[in-house]
Design a protein around this ligand. Structure first.
Ligand SMILES: O=P(O)(O)O[C@@H]1[C@@H](OP(=O)(O)O)[C@H](OP(=O)(O)O)[C@H](O)[C@H](OP(=O)(O)O)[C@H]1OP(=O)(O)O
Ligand SMILES: Nc1ncnc2c1ncn2[C@@H]1O[C@H](COP(=O)(O)OP(=O)(O)OP(=O)(O)O)[C@@H](O)[C@H]1O
Length: 489
């Protein structure tokens, strides 16, 4: 990428979240991730070029030195900070404005600093995988927190029974963030049970909210609608998927073939989420512990619950990696908040200690060392409190990250490369799995987390007095015919 020859016409709108806007290159497999600010004070709140550069530098360092060692080299792409011509950024901002979803327009793209983060476009596969004319499909999942808190500091009993995502759904519905409850439960996805995972992915497809997106050839083809009242069109999605699942079309007619296609897609996603990417392993991989049920999951009331139980995740799979990092939060916000207060008080007395304790970075090897060597019991020290706060912040990142699974039908040559092949039923795919949105979460978001947690729990307790039930179905029966087949090759 020649930075002095940047042309906005070479880039197009790709997507955005709460903190950044992403554009993709029309030819090369690259994206630029640009910062966003609240529109009302964009003129005043924006960072100087040096601040923005340092901010993005921190993101890169945190990805490289903290999240990569914890989550695994193969899943994390740290990217590089780039300085872009201001005129290019301004023109780009004008160009993408009309593409932006309304619900994200409370913030504006940073057109002041000229800094951005350049990353590989993870919705594409590397050119060596182009063995087939069909463009790659990419499924992006934001799985959220996959475990129930086990901390002795948790006082509200319902937090031990109902997961944060399911409780939060009620609060989001009441606040108008979404119009329908999602039936997705992260505990089902992280269970390692193929049946429970199947149901979780099915629920993500039914109600994607901000937890599921599907791309084809790098273009977004399925996500929540900008008009949140409208449900996304599954029929349209199935038309996109047909060319990838010929086998289903030849075996079934009409509606049945659509069902079979979805079933294959779900199995494909499930297989990729459970794969370790290491085909040389011949023994069954060790399982990570995640044998929990959320009482709000539709599966919890399934009569065949014991059949669909929990099996644990293969230790190297992407979900297991994410779950292990999420579980660095072993005190829960209830146990962490007093330690955060201890750190705050200490820093008020000794402000110069902020740097030594690496509260705001730098995110280097010694930061990770502090996280790893934190005493296991509270010895009253500031080191313990800081270590727990840092662990909590890392866990927050893992609770908010996304997984991208990109796959394409295998060309004849690739069928000879077994470690790249998923073969549910009769289809053969090359795939890659990555984790994205691994930004550091600031310490000062902890008081907000503390308040939000209690609002979510209190609202859940109040609202479920009147609306305890979410629709249930005999889900096990529905997916019985769609058991995952993951052939060792
Ligand atoms: O707090 P949560 O669980 O609602 O997570 C926030 C996300 O909301 P969600 O519940 O996934 O819809 C929220 O996502 P949306 O903007 O709602 O798509 C952000 O990811 C936010 O992170 P950040 O403050 O932008 O770094 C997330 O905030 P953090 O808690 O990760 O700081
Ligand atoms: N490397 C990448 N390749 C392809 N698409 C990407 C990449 N990075 C981000 N995206 C797309 O851009 C979207 C927004 O990016 P990202 O999630 O990093 O934004 P964010 O503002 O940090 O999110 P959040 O709301 O969680 O704070 C993603 O959901 C994804 O679809």
């Amino acid at each position: 990428m020649e930075l002095d020859k940047m042309d906005e016409n070479d880039w197009k709108y790709h997507g955005e979240g709460n903190k950044s806007l992403v554009v993709s290159h029309v030819q090369h497999s690259r994206v630029l991730r640009l910062l966003k600010y609240p529109s009302e004070d964009a003129e005043n709140a924006h960072q100087t070029t040096e601040q923005a550069f340092q901010h993005i530098r921190n993101i890169v360092d945190y990805n490289k030195n903290v999240m990569k060692p914890l989550l695994g080299e193969k899943y994390v792409h740290s990217g590089e900070v780039v300085k872009l011509p201001l005129e290019f950024v301004r023109q780009l901002s004008l160009k993408v404005q009309q593409e932006r979803p309304e619900l994200r327009c409370d913030k504006v793209m940073d057109t002041f600093s000229g800094c951005g983060l350049c990353l590989p476009n993870l919705t594409q596969l590397s050119p060596c995988h182009f063995g087939d004319h069909r463009p790659p499909l990419c499924v992006e999942i934001k799985p959220k927190c996959g475990f129930l808190p086990f901390s002795r500091y948790v006082t509200k009993e319902c937090k031990r029974k109902v997961c944060r995502f399911c409780m939060h759904q009620h609060f989001k519905l009441a606040n108008g963030k979404w119009n329908r409850l999602s039936r997705y439960c992260p505990l089902d996805l992280f269970s390692g049970s193929k049946q429970r995972m199947y149901v979780a992915i099915k629920h993500l497809l039914e109600e994607p909210q901000n937890n599921l997106k599907i791309f084809k050839g790098g273009e977004l083809i399925y996500s929540c609608n900008d008009d949140a009242k409208q449900q996304p069109d599954l029929n349209e999605l199935v038309q996109h998927l047909r060319p990838y699942f010929h086998h289903c079309i030849s075996l079934y007619n009409g509606h049945q073939s659509s069902k079979a296609i979805f079933s294959e897609l779900i199995q494909l996603i499930g297989s990729a989420l459970l794969s370790s990417g290491d085909s040389k392993r011949s023994v069954e991989p060790r399982k990570a512990e995640s044998r929990q049920f959320c009482e709000a999951s539709p599966l919890h009331r399934d009569p065949l619950r014991s059949v669909t139980g929990s099996h644990g995740l293969p230790r190297d799979c992407v979900l297991s990696k994410i779950l292990q990092v999420q579980m660095l939060d072993n005190l829960d916000i209830d146990g962490l908040y007093p330690l955060y207060k201890r750190v705050e008080q200490y820093l008020e007395e000794f402000p110069k200690e902020r740097n030594r304790l690496q509260i705001d970075g730098p995110y280097d090897e010694s930061f990770l060392e502090k996280v790893k060597t934190c005493p296991s019991e509270d010895d009253g020290s500031i080191e313990y409190a800081v270590g727990k706060v840092l662990q909590y912040r890392i866990a927050m990142t893992a609770k908010d990250c996304s997984v991208m699974i990109t796959f394409a039908p295998c060309g004849q040559d690739e069928k000879l490369q077994p470690n790249l092949v998923i073969q549910p039923a009769k289809h053969c795919f090359t795939y890659s799995v990555s984790i994205l949105d691994l930004d550091p979460k600031p310490s000062d978001s902890i008081p907000h987390q503390y308040k939000l947690d209690s609002k979510i729990v209190n609202y859940y307790l109040r609202s479920t007095n009147t609306s305890q039930d979410r629709p249930s179905s005999n889900l096990y029966k529905e997916h019985q015919e769609c058991m995952l087949l993951f052939h060792p090759v």
